[in-house]
Design a protein around this ligand. Structure first.
Ligand code: 6GU
Length: 225
């Protein structure tokens, strides 16, 4: 899987994607991450990438030319490919969306900034899809791009050492995760549930399933519908 991130802040992408599980997945060749600086593609003498909105109003809008040129530099994309722009008005990114995207060979993400993109970028790049990570507004698309990359990467077999832990995590089976405990068995009078110390694997499995179900019912009843 190749991720190509078009951004005004490539160092943010590069730093996060070099650490921890994403960094290791890159070293192993499970994913490839390319951060492309949109500004490098501006034909403007001052490398300008934005301008004030027609019709007036606050903020700046990313202009078409650097975005289109940066995209063209990536072509041809590995197929099947998906192309996204980050915007709070986009399709909501969630676990099922992440699973769907593991089928792509290349994912391109345009990180929005300021008031967003010139609307015509969607006509210039018809394969463009709009994506949002939640109902709040961020100042830029780097956190959404990194959130998407991180969530997708851990679903690719080989990225996380134990894929069974991914399958056991929240949302994989439609339920929230069960509670976890580690040593010591008692800390400041707080005890680990006896069943986890019993060595009875069937009983542990049953307890975990019941806990996951109870938590989901209590905290996220919407997931059970
Ligand atoms: Cl994808 N972009 C921005 N700027 N804000 C957001 C978002 C995306 N998703 C939620 N808020």
């Amino acid at each position: 899987m190749k991720f190509s991130i078009l951004t005004l802040f490539p160092e943010i992408i590069e730093t996060y994607a070099s650490a921890s599980i994403m960094g290791r997945a890159r070293q192993k060749g499970v994913i490839e991450v390319q951060a492309v600086n949109i500004r490098d593609f501006s034909t403007d003498a001052h490398r300008k990438v934005d301008d004030s909105p027609f019709g007036g109003g606050s903020g700046m809008v990313l202009t078409c030319q650097p975005l289109e040129s940066a995209y063209e530099s990536l072509l041809p994309l590995k197929q099947p490919a998906r192309v996204f722009m980050t915007t709070p008005t986009g399709r909501r990114f969630d676990h099922h969306f992440a699973l769907e995207l593991t089928q792509a060979q290349e994912i391109v993400i345009f990180c929005g900034h300021y008031e967003g993109f010139d609307e015509r970028i969607k006509q210039l790049i018809p394969e463009m899809e709009e994506v949002s990570i939640g109902d709040y507004v961020l100042t830029g698309g780097e956190l959404p791009a990194l959130s998407m990359m991180d969530a997708i990467t851990r679903l690719i077999p080989g990225a996380v050492q134990k894929f069974t832990s991914v399958q056991a995590d929240s949302f994989y089976d439609g339920l929230l995760d069960y509670p976890h405990y580690t040593r010591p068995a008692e800390y400041k009078g707080l005890k680990v549930p006896d069943v986890l110390l019993s060595g009875n694997h069937a009983a542990i499995e049953q307890w975990r399933k019941a806990q996951a179900l109870e938590r989901t019912q209590r905290l996220r009843p919407d997931l059970l519908k």
